[in-house]
Design a protein around this ligand. Structure first.
Ligand code: ATP
Ligand code: MG
Length: 419
């Protein structure tokens, strides 16, 4: 009979387990702690949205909409898309649920996202983000709060040292339009060196040429017009308020006049926290202000600002805190001892003690397992112990042994662990 081929995972997806999963969980736990500290409410959102949620808000010419989305018609013939980013879905939810009445609203979300990209280190087709947004806030202090929070998160994860906040302003609508025209003129004069992608961008959104990673494009971008020469006084006041706020809060930042963001919807602040420790995939956290997005979705004018960070990229940067160990390993010898151990381990766990059972192999093998999982105590149960209704408790760091009645185990262990 022909051998049945085992299934492969979808390219660019990962099974995350063991040490990698612990890193992942640690990042989510720290994010949950920080977002609560800053008063951001949690949010759970659908993984699929009507395709229009993304095509209308991100813009057809963006990399995401033009070539990265997982889009398909469902069985009813409706075009749906697996979310490639959070912001547009959050804005859709804001409108669906009439959250205008709660503005300004501070929201946070995390979970998987999907983009059809070329998989490589730090770049996957299913990846994960943590995300924070403030909707219905026009004030520069909202931008500052989000950036202070992002900086705090990176500090808490122990990675702020190698990561730099790059900050730019894209100005308001008028500034952006004037800058855009200047860029079109400039890039038209350098058409011969631009990459094919950038030639296309020149038609659709010239700002995005500045975002290009192509080395030839980078050369041309170097001398391109900068936004500063086109900022309206309102836009430059806004930017000054953001930078003063960051200085007041003690958050270091670097002006990066070349920084634009991939999506059409950004206005005013655009920022990225960048590291040189991850090669080409150096942006760990990015975001900005998107005052026009909710209008693009048919809602009322709603200024908003937010950021998202890639969990996989953060996970590559952190040093994991020392792993928590087991309080005790139960070592029952014989069938009746195993039943007694079942009751004891249930009891100990209900009392909040981290326990594991070692029930395979001879005594020596079981002790090896107890040591291997980092248990502080081994609780040994044999015939003698059963007869006396008392367990032998061995301290695995100094080898000392005591005898403890079954019904006193939880109490005694907790005492010893605390001392
Ligand atoms: P890049 O320039 O690296 O493609 P991006 O501008 O597309 O990033 P955003 O859409 O701003 O990224 O997403 C925010 C963060 O999500 C990124 O800074 C990165 O950490 C992470 N990220 C984006 N795409 C991927 C991916 N395909 N795999 C893993 N992480 C990703
Ligand atoms: Mg991208």
């Amino acid at each position: 009979m022909a051998k049945i081929q085992t299934p492969n995972p979808v390219r660019g997806t990962q099974d995350i387990y063991g040490e990698a999963e612990e890193r992942f969980a640690h990042i989510i736990a720290v994010f949950e702690k920080i977002r609560a500290l800053y008063g951001f409410k949690g949010l759970q959102l659908p993984v699929i949205e009507p395709t229009g949620v993304y095509s209308r808000s991100l813009g057809d010419a963006t990399d995401i909409v033009s070539k990265e989305m997982y889009t398909f018609d469902d069985r009813g013939g409706d075009s749906v898309t697996m979310r490639p980013e959070f912001t547009a879905g959050i804005c859709r939810a804001y409108l669906t649920n009439g959250w205008q009445q709660h503005a300004p609203m501070k929201l946070s979300v995390h979970g998987p996202l999907f983009r059809y990209e070329r998989p490589q280190k730090g770049r996957y087709r299913q990846f994960h983000q943590i995300d924070a947004e403030i909707l219905g806030a026009a004030e520069p202090m909202a931008d500052v709060e989000l950036l202070v929070m992002a900086d705090h998160l990176l500090r808490e994860l122990g990675i702020s040292d190698g990561v730099t906040l790059n900050l730019n302003t894209l100005g308001d609508g008028d500034s952006r339009d004037a800058w855009r025209s200047a860029l079109v003129e400039y890039f038209n004069a350098h058409k011969d060196v631009l990459s094919e992608d950038s030639l296309r961008r020149l038609e659709s959104n010239p700002l995005r040429i500045l975002d290009s990673k192509d080395p030839d494009d980078r050369g041309v971008c170097h001398a391109a017009p900068v936004i500063d020469d086109y900022l309206t006084s309102e836009a430059s006041d806004f930017f000054a308020a953001v930078t003063s706020g960051l200085d007041a809060a003690g958050v270091a930042w670097k002006r990066n006049k070349q920084l634009v963001r991939g999506m059409d919807y950004y206005r005013h602040s655009a920022f990225e926290f960048i590291t040189d420790r991850l090669g080409a995939q150096g942006t760990v956290l990015g975001g900005g202000r998107y005052d026009g997005l909710i209008e693009d979705l048919g809602g009322p004018h709603t200024p908003a600002v937010g950021w998202a960070a890639g969990v996989e990229r953060l996970a590559m940067l952190i040093d994991m805190p020392k792993q928590a160990v087991f309080d005790a390993a139960l070592i029952p010898m014989g069938e009746s001892a195993q039943m007694a151990a079942m009751k004891i381990i249930a009891d100990l766990r209900r009392n909040g003690l981290r326990c594991e059972m070692a029930y395979k192999g001879n005594m020596k093998k079981r002790m090896v397992k107890a040591n291997a999982i980092g248990a502080k105590y081994a609780i040994i149960l044999g015939d003698d112990e059963l007869a006396a209704q008392s367990a032998t408790v061995k301290n695995l760091s100094d080898g000392s042994q005591i005898t403890v009645p079954f019904d006193k185990l939880a109490e005694k262990l907790a005492q010893n662990l605390a001392s």
